[in-house]
Write a protein that binds this ligand. Structure first.
Ligand code: 3PG
Length: 306
C-alpha cells in the first residue's frame, strides 16, 4: 500500500516522522512530494498511490484521472474546499478531512493578528488593549470554540452567531448568542470569521454586514478569502477610515489596499493558521491513522463526499 503525502506547504520534519511511524506500523510505504511547483508534478507522483494526504493542495479531476489506484484522499485539516468532491465520488475515491486537529493553532493566530494590530505593529506608539472589547465569533465550530476560550482569558465580551449550533451549546462556552449575523456585526468591535467556504458562504460577508460594525472595528479572517465580497469590503473601507482588516492570506484586492489603505490591514503571504508543529503533527497523524483505519477496517467516519 502506497501513501503519497503531497504538500505544496510541507509538514514539519517531526510531523513527517510521526506520520511515518503510523504508516510503518501498518506496513505501508510513504512517499513525499513536498514544495512541488505545479499540478503536473502531482499528476506524475500520484499515478501509483493507493492513498493521498494533502493540505490546501487542490485535488482536481485531472489529478484523479491520473490516480489510477487511488482509493482515499485525506485533507489534513478542516476546510475541504480544495477537494473536488464530485470528481472524487465519480472516481470512487473516498474524501475525508481531519476536523478539529489544527483548530487551536488557527485560534491562536486570530489573537496574534489582533494583538499585533492593536499595538500598531510594535512600532513604538501607544496602542489599545483587548480587555473589555467586544468580539463576535461568526460560526461556532471547532475554531470558534477555541477563540471563545482564549477571548475569555483576555477578558473580552464575547458574542457568537451560528445558525447550525444550538443556543445551549454556545452558552456552555460562555458566549452571548446572537440571533442574526446583523446583530453580531452591529455589536462587535472585532468579528472573527470561522465559516467554511462553499456555495452558500462564498462572498457572504460584504458591505451590508460590515457597514454595521461599531466605530474602530476590526474584521479578522482566518477562514477563507472566498467568503469575503471584496467589492463590498472596498466600499466599506472607502466610507469608513476607522475599519481594519486582518486576513490569513492575501485578498485579490491587495494592490488596492497597499495603494490606498496603508496601516489598515495585515495580510499573510501564505496561509499561516495551521502552521505550527502541533497542528502539523495532529492533522498529519490523524490523516495517516484515518487512512490505515479505512484500509484495515473500512472506517469512513470522516468521509465528506457522498
Ligand atoms: C484548514 O482548513 O484546516 C486550514 O485552512 C489549514 O490549511 P493548511 O493545511 O493549508 O495550512
Amino acid at each position: 500500500m502506497k501513501i503519497l503525502v503531497a504538500t505544496e506547504k510541507p509538514f514539519t520534519l517531526f510531523a513527517i516522522k510521526q506520520i511515518r511511524q503510523v504508516t510503518d506500523a501498518a506496513g505501508y510505504e510513504l512517499e513525499l512530494l513536498e514544495n512541488y511547483k505545479g499540478e503536473s508534478e502531482l499528476i506524475s507522483a500520484v499515478s501509483d498511490a493507493d492513498a493521498m494526504i494533502v493540505r490546501s493542495d487542490k485535488v482536481t479531476p485531472a489529478i484523479l484521472d491520473a490516480a489510477k489506484k487511488l482509493k482515499i484522499v485525506v485533507r489534513a485539516g478542516a476546510g475541504y474546499d480544495n477537494l473536488d468532491l464530485k470528481a472524487c465520488t465519480a472516481h470512487n475515491v473516498v474524501a475525508m478531512n481531519t476536523p478539529g486537529q489544527n483548530s487551536n493553532a488557527v485560534a491562536e493566530l486570530v489573537f496574534s493578528m489582533m494583538l499585533y494590530q492593536a499595538r500598531d505593529g510594535f512600532a513604538g506608539k501607544s496602542g489599545s488593549e483587548l480587555r473589555g472589547r467586544t468580539i463576535g465569533i461568526h460560526a461556532f465550530g471547532n475554531v470558534g470554540k477555541y477563540v471563545a476560550e482564549i477571548a475569555t482569558g483576555f477578558g473580552m465580551d464575547i458574542y457568537a452567531f451560528d445558525p447550525f449550533v444550538s443556543e445551549v451549546e454556545m452558552k456552555k462556552h460562555g458566549v452571548k448568542v446572537c440571533k442574526t449575523a446583523e446583530e453580531l456585526y452591529s455589536k462587535c468591535q472585532y468579528v472573527s470569521l470561522h465559516l467554511p467556504a462553499n456555495d452558500k458562504t462564498n462572498k457572504s460577508i460584504g458591505y451590508d454586514l460590515l457597514k454595521l460594525m461599531p466605530k474602530d472595528s476590526v474584521l479578522v479572517n482566518t477562514a477563507r478569502k472566498e467568503v469575503i465580497d471584496e467589492e463590498g469590503l472596498m466600499k466599506v473601507f472607502a466610507e469608513r477610515p476607522d475599519i481594519r482588516y486582518l486576513s490569513d492570506v492575501e485578498p485579490d484586492c491587495k494592490p488596492v489596499f497597499e495603494k490606498m489603505y496603508k496601516d489598515r490591514f495585515i495580510f499573510t503571504a501564505k496561509k499561516m493558521g495551521a502552521q505550527t508543529e502541533e497542528a502539523n503533527v495532529n492533522a498529519g497523524v490523524a490523516a495517516a491513522r484515518q487512512i490505515v483505519d479505512f484500509f484495515e477496517t473500512g472506517n469512513i467516519k470522516f468521509k465528506v463526499n457522498k
